[in-house]
Design a protein around this ligand. Sequence first.
Ligand code: MG
Length: 157
Amino acid sequence: MRVGIGFDSHRLIEGRKLILGLVEIPFERGLAGHSDGDVLSHAIADALLGAAGLGDIGQHFPDSDPAWSGASGAVFFSRILELLREKGYRPASVDTVVILERPKLAPHRDAIRQALAAALGLDCDAVNIKAKTAEGLGEIGHGQAAAAHAIAVLEPL
Ligand code: MG
């Protein structure tokens, strides 16, 4: 068994779709970034890569590469699953924390779990999403950014 940790944060700005955990969530702002800004998928991607000793998302999908402009986390996951397979691992479970002041994630939690589980080849109950606010503190608390933490467990193929 291997365990990895991941973290990501992005600014919330106007004129972008809000994508979290591969799911588009209706909101007046979205996450800035070279890719689609999906902090939750990026944190999970880093946790998966970390668990396999494969570095981080920036090494595999550099934001200087136009190939990843606007890229969905699904694209990253599909490549990362290949890399894990080459090393003889597959995801076993993922646990996450999303820190976001607004919008509330509860109504979207099941959709996010289903989307991530499908992309990672996991059962829904092996993907957990915990949604927190920053209680009004700091840039996340003022609604200017969102962040996510993730832990991933890998098992041998
Ligand atoms: Mg990111």
